[in-house]
Design a protein around this ligand. Sequence first.
Ligand code: 26A
Length: 345
Amino acid sequence: MSGGNFELVAIGNPLLDMQIRNGEAVLEKYNLKANDAILAEPQHLSIYQHIVDNYEVTYVAGGAAQNAARCAQYALPPNSTAYLGCVGSDDLANQLRAANDKEGLKSVYQVDSSTPTGSCAVVLTGHDRSLCTNLGAAEKFDKSHLETAEAQQVIKKAKFFYMGGFFLTHGLESAKVLAHEAKARDVPFSMNLSAPFIPQFFKAQVDEILPFSDLVFGNESEAEAFAESHNLGTKDLATIAQAIADFESATPRAEKRTVVITHGAEPTIIAVKGNKETQIHQTVKINPSDIVDTNGAGDAFAGGVMAALIMGKALDQAIDVGHKLGRMCIGQVGPILKFPKEQVM
Ligand code: 26A
């Protein structure tokens, strides 16, 4: 398949990541778990200034779906990906645009000049990462943006849609527009569970969009949260993956839904709707000394899988490409991949 057609269109919350290392005291001060992703509550709002004042902060482009799209673009021909989200009119937004431009991801941003661009405090401790997000402008995304000429140009051409589950905290109606477009044109609509709090606290939204989704990504803690909120009565990842696959479907493609659950260094689990047995796919062990940080590894994985599928690869090969990009991301500071680019397919 040739590039230049914006095959992949992703939607999510554009965020600038503010990363710090050795953040044990910050976890304690703000009562954060070592490996989690949350929305900042009032008691967390001073965390951004606190880390600027007390730590060496590395600023990197983040936003889970934006990371996945940038990573997919890494593996695809030029101009294959576009990303929808809302930013402010500030320097943070310019940094995000620059990061996307560098990778060749087309930013199709709505701009809300009255709200600052969203940011995410990324508190690293060892190989764990705790994400605390102030959505800012990201949560001002309005469905009407999808009607703009710039958005229509990419949406109408898309051969693959991807929604970050995080977007469901506010964006269900916009997500549904893309899901219906995917259904009407019989192209994939994929989603990521994103964080345990999404299936936990946004269950109604997940349950509304999942029937349209024919490819679902998640990790072990997100799968467990899904099982809890859906009263599956199990912690067995294969059983949960199969239950997500077997969830009701609203499109012919979702009748054959594939669910991919990553599990850190443990094998990745793959379930297909209607199948009796799940499959596993081995990962390549990473030498602990090669781990820089795990921020964005799951996004890079999803981006790699989608890029390979867009290039016509079989799912097994696509999972390999996903693992490769996840590994590459873990070897870099923040949710980014190696430059100069490497051949990954
Ligand atoms: C709604 N929330 C909490 C979020 C996020 C988010 N992206 C969208 N919405 N919280 C953290 N992230 C991003 O996740 C990436 C790692 O997977 C961070 O910006 C980080 O780059």
